[in-house]
Write a protein that binds this ligand. Structure first.
Ligand code: NAD
Length: 249
């Protein structure tokens, strides 16, 4: 449970960019000490400072994950926001593409939950970044990525059960369209594959969203903070849509 008596600590992966960066900044504003983790050391350097330390590593590497798990002992929160996307025709995806996406997006999250979940302080929480693509198949150019994001939902449910007695809560968030560097690359590469232009693809995507727009990374960080905080103390094992109404199941 939230305790003002001691400083709280969080591990945020993918903190060099986009949603992870916004989560790290939000947690710092909440007075929480952050260990920001990313493969991109240069982007992390911008965060290094008061209450924020950094660790640059490839989270698909088991040795790096063990080092992170050692640093995580006694932390309150873990947000797994690192990830990669593979944009190709579903018929061109190779075994190597498939394995890399599963290793970075899904395998790493399984073992981060396995190794860090048990060393979090009782009352802590984990949020895993899944995606609306775990539930939709409309963008077939991201099929390998979508499979990894569906796996994250299963991982989240399993660890929610496994860690509930301590209690540590484990939830997933399924963002739709969030304005980040990853989203920009999706738009650019999907429009190239479909021989269309970015503006038309973007307009069609926004038109499909009931609220009619993308969200900012800060808005998404707010929903993630809700899932970490005691405001959601009775929620675990959930896959929370953050899609402007695009997905409602
Ligand atoms: P992003 O590309 O802006 O940030 C992802 C970060 O992960 C980068 O800083 C990158 O360096 C880091 N990273 C990649 N591989 C890594 C590895 N092996 N080890 C450590 N760090 C690594 O992406 P984003 O849009 O902020 O996405 C964050 C998360 O949210 C991802 O899991 C993504 O799949 C998910 N998501 C994003 C959107 C969206 O619209 N932006 C939608 C749904 C889900």
């Amino acid at each position: 449970m939230d305790s003002p008596a001691r400083p709280r600590r969080a591990i945020v992966t993918g903190a060099g960019s986009g949603i992870g960066r916004a989560v790290a900044l939000r947690l710092l504003r909440e007075g929480i000490e952050v260990l920001a983790v990313d493969i991109d050391a240069a982007r992390l350097a911008e965060l290094d400072g008061k209450n924020c330390s950094t660790m640059s590593c490839d989270l698909s590497d088991p040795v790096a994950r063990k080092k992170l798990a050692d640093a995580a002992i006694g932390a309150d929160y873990l947000v797994n926001s690192h990830g990669i996307i593979c944009i190709k025709s579903i018929f061109d995806v190779t075994v190597e593409d498939w394995r890399r996406v599963q290793a970075v997006n899904a395998e790493s999250i399984f073992f981060l939950c396995q190794q860090i979940g048990p060393v979090l302080r009782a009352g802590g929480a984990i949020v895993n970044l899944s995606s609306s693509s775990s539930k939709l198949a409309t963008t077939t150019e991201v099929a390998a990525y979508a499979a990894s994001k569906t796996t994250i939902l299963s991982i989240t449910r399993s660890f929610a059960y496994a860690l509930a007695k301590r209690p540590i809560r484990v939830n997933a968030i399924c963002p739709g369209i969030i304005e980040t560097p990853m989203q920009a690359s999706v738009l650019a590469e999907v429009s190239a594959l479909r021989q269309s232009d970015v503006a038309s693809i973007e307009a069609a995507r926004h038109a499909a969203v009931p609220l009619g727009r993308a969200a900012t990374a800060d808005e998404c960080a707010g929903a993630i903070w809700f899932l970490l905080s005691d405001e959601s103390a009775y929620m675990t094992g959930q896959a929370v849509n953050f899609t402007g109404g695009l997905v409602n199941w």
